[in-house]
Design a protein around this ligand. Structure first.
Ligand SMILES: *Cc1c(COP(=O)(O)O)cnc(C)c1O
Length: 449
């Protein structure tokens, strides 16, 4: 192998001779053998699977536009049309007025990045007195807002949420100052699946002449249908006056292929602040709507295909199934002594916690039983996100969970082993800089090959 592998056995250096296609594919299959078992419903985020038939359609649609590039909408009128139609369907679903506008992006992070950039540029254009822009958001808002703020030179001001884990309206009002450029609320927030009081936040924002972004990355393509089924869903979309933009991910409950989200604005004038233009390049005039340069046509075609194939009836049916499964999980978890569901989740995203057993030990035990676990802090909890892949798994999960909880009760010493030890240690490091250092070293190690 010579110098073409790293010390840990990973390849380094392009092979001298190309392998046969079958060999390459076989190697790829083999690499996935130890991965999280999403096909068996063993993961609760990362993969949103609406069935094999739907996945096959996404792949075919992706393949049809596999090579096309949405960087230049003039070259590929097909992609331009698909993107406009996807955005149109999203605007309609979320109650935008006729002048609403938006873009497709590669994911929630890019959608959020574009929103923060838009509000920064809006402030630059309309409020020159703002010299150090700030974004006011609840502590439960997705880290993508902090990342975006960091990238575009905005200060993110996180306000602790109230006891019910929803945004604290008074606290957010108090955090507004002359540098504030926008407010943020989530529908729902990822950690506990609760919807922030969007109507009240939007009222606070509007009263101060500020825009308000609603992060519906996970809820945008599910909540409207959950409401239509009769579940209580507080108003969160453009029907709320004062909501000026919404992010909603197609590659979550829109059941599209990965690399697809929407960023939507109440009017076209606002979207103009999202545009980037560079007119002095020898290579020609450059203007782009979002962050990426080359944009995969496949992701756009698959998103279009998903919405067209699902239809409103398909989304309603899927939402009903997901909510039925969610109810079974919630009831089962609340019945296990020592466990409780955190807050009042609005849809199929939620967390459970415990005051009696160490949940990081429970998580390690669940992983030993083959369930990939998402661990959370403050409060210590395990995060679940229900999709159609979990419909038949509730009983097995609950039985394993009851066992894992019993184990954690009987073995308090397990808190100093496995990932429980690491989480326990990190939770007690008083110095945030040390935690950051630990995590960046960890990541550096992960990507060492
Ligand atoms: C998933 C998610 C995001 C980030 O989206 P990505 O597609 O992972 O970049 C942002 N906000 C919420 C509420 C999410 O659930």
């Amino acid at each position: 192998m010579g110098n073409d592998t790293t010390s840990s056995g990973g390849r380094r250096g392009i092979p001298e001779e190309g392998a046969r296609a079958e060999e390459v594919l076989a190697a790829l299959r083999e690499m996935g053998a130890g991965d999280a078992k999403w096909r068996e419903g063993r993961t609760f985020s990362l993969v949103y699977h609406a069935g094999d038939e739907h996945a096959a359609l996404l792949k075919s649609a992706y393949e049809l536009y596999f090579a096309e590039n949405a960087l230049n909408p003039m070259a590929f009128g097909s992609l331009k049309r698909m993107e406009n139609e996807v955005v149109g369907m999203a605007l309609d679903l979320l109650g935008a007025p006729a002048d609403g506008a938006g873009s497709m992006t590669s994911g929630g992070t890019e959608s959020i990045l574009m929103a923060v950039k838009t509000y920064r540029d809006r402030a630059r254009a309309l409020r020159p007195e703002v010299t150090s822009p700030e974004l006011v958001l609840p502590s439960t808002a997705h880290p993508a807002f902090h990342k975006a703020a960091h990238y575009v030179g905005v200060k993110a001001v996180a306000v602790p949420v109230a006891k019910d884990y929803r945004a604290d309206v008074a606290g957010m009002r108090d955090a507004i100052n002359g540098n504030t450029i926008a407010l943020v609320g989530s529908a729902p927030a990822y950690p506990h699946g609760v919807i922030d009081p969007i109507e009240e936040l939007a009222e606070v924002a509007a009263a101060r002449g500020l825009p308000m972004h609603v992060d519906a990355c996970v809820g945008g393509y599910l909540l409207p249908f959950v409401r239509e089924l009769g579940h209580p869903v507080a108003p969160f979309d453009f029907r709320v006056p004062g909501v000026t933009s919404i992010s909603a991910d197609l590659h979550k409950y829109g059941f599209a292929a990965k690399g697809a989200s929407t960023i939507l604005y109440r009017d076209r004038a606002l979207r103009k602040f999202q545009v980037y233009v560079y007119a002095d390049w020898p290579g020609g005039l450059f203007a782009s709507m979002t962050m990426l340069g080359t944009r995969p046509g496949g992701a756009i075609a698959a998103a279009w295909a998903s919405l067209m194939r699902m239809g409103r009836s398909g989304f309603l049916k899927t939402a009903a199934e997901v909510m039925r499964t969610t109810k079974a999980f919630l009831e089962g978890i609340n019945k296990i002594p020592g466990l409780y569901v955190v807050g009042e989740p609005a849809m199929s995203v939620f967390a459970f916690s415990s005051d009696e057993v160490n949940l990081y030990v429970v998580a390690d035990q669940m992983e030993a039983r083959g369930w990939h676990c998402d661990r959370q802090q403050s409060p210590t909890s395990i995060h679940l996100m229900i999709t159609p892949a979990h419909s038949d798994l509730c009983e097995r999960y609950l039985a394993d969970l009851a066992d894992a909880v019993a184990y954690a009760r009987a073995h308090p010493e397990a808190a100093s082993a496995g990932t429980a030890a690491m989480y326990g240690m990190l939770a007690h490091v008083p110095d945030q800089a040390a935690v950051r250092e630990f995590l960046s070293d960890f990541l550096d190690g992960v990507y060492r090959g």
